[in-house]
Design a protein around this ligand. Structure first.
Ligand SMILES: [Zn+2]
Length: 443
């Protein structure tokens, strides 16, 4: 009897203090490499998805591709009692003034929105790209299969919708195929502008661009590591904010960086076999991706992608030269890896869509005092708050303390000078908001 009681007690203790949710493991298991493979094949078989390619044909070109993506989202919606609102969002780009636009065309994004039950106007976004390119981006007729760049990201986005549409979340999730990436990030710019006009409260965007290559041009083969790119601070910050950073810190603590840390931590928790690698920059050196237009407007956004790229398979006409097979073709994509990175997205969409809003107006104090102190505005839906801190040289929030449902707290014995701090909201189900870096000081 005593042993039974001990066992029962142990079970109770483990459950009540559990830091993980079985639902998240179920989501990981439900992501299918086979379905991603099938969808990448379908996208590749449109021949080219160049943004300026044929829009009339049902078998070739970007028009056929986007109609197929829309019909996929619609059939997913049918299976969840119309839980997705599916539509085209489009803007016209013109040849005039655009060096990489061969003719005027509509940049058409395919959007699917799963409305949140509690905060329908708060959105977490997962994106992939519809479009592809060959060696010459102006050549919209030649084959450009774009299997990894970026049918992999597009197929992952569709697959995440399939799995997550079986659940309901408090915040809204947007699954989107963006277009016009290769010629100037047009689709992302169009949707970011649309989000601003609609007054959407954007939690962040997880932009997926190339999530299927495990064999690098350097010969390294690695199916565990992936990169999370995030810019240090928003480009929209004011001169006053920039100046304040010199004295209070925050050089590496912008909203996109906090989103990157959130993803990193969640993956370490739920997918310990993976090796998430935060890269402290907007994107690869001098290169671009569709999270950037969101960053440009002050939204949090990161790029998720493979760790080892193969340049002979990117933006290349299909050909053999000096014994090297060039081209972004189907057989180079590793689907178990694409499944893993899709799961990385899905668990973070699910977590962020289950979390309360982040605390607001976080003030920090403690100058010439032995303790650091905090004040913040409580938010609707949070049952408590968690203060995070880290050594100034650490990339991750290594220390934390749950402080309950209060709006101020003193961390006794922690000297403000030696750490960076932030505060997150905690919901009744244990899900947390991203950490927010203080934006005010007090005495
Ligand atoms: Zn590309």
């Amino acid at each position: 009897m005593k042993q039974l009681l001990t066992t029962l007690l142990l079970v109770f203790v483990v459950n009540s203090y559990s830091q993980t949710d079985q639902k998240i493991y179920d989501i990981i298991d439900a992501i299918s490499a086979e379905r991603i493979k099938k969808d990448v094949k379908t996208l590749v078989d449109f021949g080219t998805r160049n943004t300026f390619s044929d829009t009339i044909s049902d078998t070739r070109g970007i028009g056929a591709a986007r109609r197929w993506i829309k019909s996929e989202f619609e059939s997913i919606s049918k299976n969840c009692n119309d839980c997705l609102d599916v539509f085209y969002q489009k803007d016209l780009v013109t040849k005039e003034g655009n060096r990489r636009v061969p003719h005027d065309a509509w940049i058409v994004n395919v959007v699917a929105i799963q409305k949140g039950t509690k905060y329908p106007n708060r959105y977490i976004i997962m994106s992939g790209d519809i479009d592809s390119r060959s060696s010459n981006t102006m050549n919209f007729e030649i084959d450009a299969p774009g299997a990894n760049d970026n049918a992999s990201g597009m197929a992952g986005t569709i697959e995440a919708a399939r799995v997550l549409s079986n659940y309901q979340f408090e915040n809204s999730i947007i699954y989107v195929g963006l277009s016009g990436e290769e010629q100037g990030l047009f689709g992302g710019a169009g949707l970011a502008k649309y989000a601003k006009e609609q007054g959407w409260d954007i939690i962040g965007i997880l932009n997926n661009d190339m999530i299927g290559n495990i064999k690098g041009v350097d010969g390294v083969i690695d199916n565990r590591t992936f990169r999370i790119f995030s810019e240090p601070v928003p480009p929209t910050e004011t001169e006053r904010e920039r100046n304040a950073r010199r004295f209070y810190g925050g050089e590496v603590d912008g909203i996109s960086r906090q989103l990157a840390r959130y993803v990193h931590k969640n993956v370490k928790t739920y997918m310990p076999e993976m090796n998430p690698m935060m890269v402290y920059r907007l994107d690869r050196f001098g290169r671009g991706g569709h999270h950037r237009p969101f960053n440009d407007l002050g939204f949090a956004g990161i790029r998720i992608m493979e760790a080892h790229e193969n340049y002979t398979q990117q933006h290349q006409d299909i050909r053999t030269e000096n014994g090297i097979n060039y081209g972004d073709t189907f057989e180079h994509v590793n689907f178990p890896y694409a499944k893993k990175l899709t799961a990385v997205n899905a668990i973070n969409l699910a977590s962020l869509a289950s979390a309360p809003p982040a605390p607001k107006n976080i003030a920090i104090g403690g100058i010439v005092q032995p303790s650091a102190k905090f004040k913040w505005d409580k938010v609707d839906g949070a049952v408590g708050y968690k203060i995070y801190w880290r050594d100034t040289t650490s990339p991750t929030w290594d220390y934390s303390r749950y402080v309950g449902n209060v709006s101020e707290f003193v961390l006794e014995g922690i000297v403000i000078d030696n750490f960076f701090f932030g505060v997150a909201s905690v919901g009744k189900n244990g899900y947390e908001s991203p950490v927010v870096f203080p934006n005010k000081t007090f005495r």
